[in-house]
Design a protein around this ligand. Structure first.
Ligand code: GLN
Length: 487
């Protein structure tokens, strides 16, 4: 493989500007590596070679003319296959959208095109982003580049595996309950969920609209901050998009954090924590002390209800969002129906996979009359209390830390027959979605089998710059992020 593929986006940008390599050459190298690894990894549902090369060519034309390049121009990127890109298939890894070709661009796709970022393909995911292991894709499973018998985490498993394997330098994922941070942690890379509303959701296939947020994957904190700058900003096409100026999120990476207060979330340091993850947390705590921070234990008493709250709200919202897949307007339609009602039911029975059906049924139940108050309304009230816990704690500390997951990547197939065990992997990530706050996973070491561990860092709403600052200060004290999967 071309050694430059292993470098960060910042370093690749320099190489492009210094004409050490052309953007077309870099994109071709990324595509070649992706094709060589695809059979082993299963990270992509489709490649968008022509689109990527056309963008790279524009970068080279600008370089030839001596023009300035926009941020991240020419850096190969993988797009999660639940984000629309005109002319490409957008399947959400579901049979129901297997042959759906996007007639329009998501706002983030437009932004990537504006910055001349070559999009090399559509990354595999759990069907409709529902899952934690990327074993729920209707097409193929994604394998972890560090050990092909392990899961990469989900639901943005293809995006994470692609970046960890150096197929792509950057990727986008969506995070409803941890789908960026969990795979980033399992694959040893950086993954970040922005504040709710920071990035437009227009053109993202909705799972649970009050929780969904698009965010960056990269191998360094700086690259993730730059990618967030490219994709964020107000969008009139998404009513939940925040009307705020785009910040230069990488601008404060190296700010001194001496004297700041770091809170360790007590509730996430006990139950089910593996020994290796516990040790990595000790290292993280020591690292912040070394940077001059005061580290204190804090309690978020209602965080233990997060999974219960999430599986009411997320399923309720998905049962409504997925009603549009009825065989009339989008994608798959059954070949075998005698009347309209049968067409609807058979199309959905044949088109959706088992996990998606389970969620639709749970959500429909939670919303049905007579149960609405007991489940949906209660869950909304509890969501407000979890948010309140964060608001309270952020009055005492500047930043929070926890493991991204109590354990490292598990064996493929080991949790597929136990949905509850699978749901529990998100114990540390879900609360940030409930509260709408930014959170990220940073490489924080390896377990005894050499599998990556992730440190989760959480900041108050809209404090992404602070989040990147604290993540960077940890990252730079170690060389975890420099270690790459041997694949
Ligand atoms: N694993 C969680 C779920 O299955 C979160 C998924 C996500 O963030 N998209 O719902």
């Amino acid at each position: 493989m071309n050694e430059l593929l292993k470098k960060s986006a910042t370093e690749q940008s320099k190489a492009l500007k210094n004409k050490e390599i052309s953007a077309v050459e870099l994109t071709k190298a990324a595509l070649e590596r992706t094709k060589n690894l695809e059979e082993k990894l299963g990270a992509f549902n489709s490649l968008t070679e022509d689109i990527a090369l056309a963008t790279a060519k524009k970068v080279d034309e600008k370089i030839a003319k001596g023009e300035d390049l926009p941020l991240l121009a020419g850096i190969p990127l993988a797009l999660k296959d639940n984000m629309n890109m005109k002319g490409s298939k957008t399947t959400a890894s579901s049979k129901i959208l297997e042959n759906f070709v996007s007639p329009f661009n998501a706002t983030i796709t437009d932004k990537l095109f504006n910055n001349l970022v070559p999009i090399i393909g559509k990354a595999n995911l759990d069907e409709f982003a529902m899952g934690s292991s990327n074993e729920n894709s209707a097409f193929k499973k994604v394998h972890n580049p560090w050990n092909l018998n392990k899961v990469p985490g989900g639901s943005s498993g293809g995006s994470a595996a692609a970046v960890a394997a150096c197929d792509a330098t950057l990727a986008l994922g969506s995070d409803t309950g941890g789908s960026i941070r969990l795979p980033a942690s399992f694959c040893g890379i950086v993954g970040m969920k922005p504040t709710y509303g920071r990035v437009s959701r227009y053109g993202l296939i909705a799972f649970a609209s009050s929780l969904d947020q698009i965010g960056p994957f990269a191998r360094t904190v700086e690259d993730a901050a730059n990618l967030l700058e490219v994709i964020s900003g107000h969008d009139t096409k998404d009513s939940t998009s925040l009307n705020l100026p785009v910040e230069h999120f990488a601008g404060n990476l190296n700010n001194d954090i001496k004297g700041k207060k770091v809170g360790v979330i007590k509730e996430l340091m006990t139950e089910g924590l593996s020994d290796d993850v516990a040790k990595a947390m000790e290292v993280a705590i020591e690292s912040y002390k070394k940077a001059g921070c005061e580290v204190v234990e804090v309690s978020l008493p209602r965080i233990k209800y997060s999974i219960g709250i999430y599986y009411i709200l997320a399923t309720a919202e998905c049962s409504s969002n997925l009603a549009r897949f009825d065989g009339v307007r989008y994608g798959y339609r059954t070949m075998d129906a005698k009347n309209l009602m049968e067409m609807y039911t058979k199309t959905r029975a044949e088109g959706f996979g088992p996990e998606v059906k389970r969620r639709i049924m749970l959500g429909t139940y939670a919303l049905s009359s007579g149960y609405y108050d007991a489940y949906y309304k209660k869950a909304q009230q509890m969501r407000a209390l979890v948010t309140e816990d964060f608001l309270k704690v952020f009055k005492e500390v500047d930043i929070l830390i926890s493991p991204t997951c109590p354990n490292t990547a598990f064996d493929m197939g080991s949790k597929t027959s136990d949905p509850l065990a699978m749901y529990l992997t998100d114990i540390a990530t879900i609360s940030a979605n409930l509260a709408g706050i930014p959170a990220m996973s940073v490489p924080a070491g390896f377990d005894k089998d050499g599998m990556p561990i992730g440190l989760q860092v959480l900041a108050p709403q809209l404090e992404e710059s602070r989040l990147f600052n604290f993540a960077y200060k940890f990252e730079q004290q170690h060389d975890f992020y420099k270690q790459l999967a041997n694949i």
